[in-house]
Design a protein around this ligand. Sequence first.
Ligand code: CAA
Length: 258
Amino acid sequence: MSTPTHILTHTQNHVGIVQFNRPQALNALNRELMAETMDALEAFDQNADIGAMVITGSERAFAAGADIKEMATATPAQMLDNPFIGYWDRLTKIRKPVIAAVSGYAFGGGMELAMTCDMIVASETALFGQPEINLGVIPGAGGTQRLTYAVGKALAMEIILNDRRLTAAEALHFGLVNRIVPVDSYLDNAIQLAAEIAARAPIAVQMAKEAINTVYETSLQAGLAHERRLFYLLFSTEDQKEGMDAFVNKRKADWQGK
Ligand code: CAA
């Protein structure tokens, strides 16, 4: 893998952190940035020392959407041939939890990227929007679907058809984000949340993520059956024996991820 040029990565307390680094374009998501982001997240997903991940931008912009300049003159055939939108699909294949730490603009593909993550920690200045209608298009990386699941049809219609933007307070009110944090500590807060999850039983965390995400893919009955199978499967892990023994013997569990 070559050295990334559009992102910064580091690790802290078993958390893998990806920070978009295109400030001159408000972190507009171009092909290189998305490729580097997904390569980094997939590497963290394979790294046994990492239990959760955070993706973030800058205080001014999480990401102002897909790079408009990159696609302005594209033909449908070129868009079809371009793996670009597939990067959001790759994010859904990450097994460990991914938290978006969002400050400033989270527009278009940026909002879609945050919504594809498992949780969102928002700074007080976070502003969410799907302004694609102003460009003569619609959201193309899941916005019409994930936003509607998250906030319901009426509000999703207003946001996507009429460029209604959501402040952090509104996003919290409508269940889009987990919490609002002052701008000087939103990233630390997201990393702390990720570190807390990373300290838990790793296989159970991954199964829990998989089970919750099944809600978006299937019927209630099929989802319940899937949950039950994952629940039973966890009884084959050493962590289940350890966790229940620790409870019975009133001691702290020592998770091995086995
Ligand atoms: N793509 C490419 N460049 C972008 C960009 C984007 N999405 N958003 C901002 N930039 C660039 C600007 O062109 C500008 O570059 P120059 O200095 O070279 O001109 C720089 O970032 C700073 O932007 P502004 O001068 O516009 O900053 P502002 O503070 O006045 O406005 C903003 C900020 C309201 C976010 C405004 O930049 C804006 O509206 N951006 C576009 C938002 C948008 O439409 N996003 C949807 C993209 S389409 C999409 O995402 C499709 C999909 O579903 C996958």
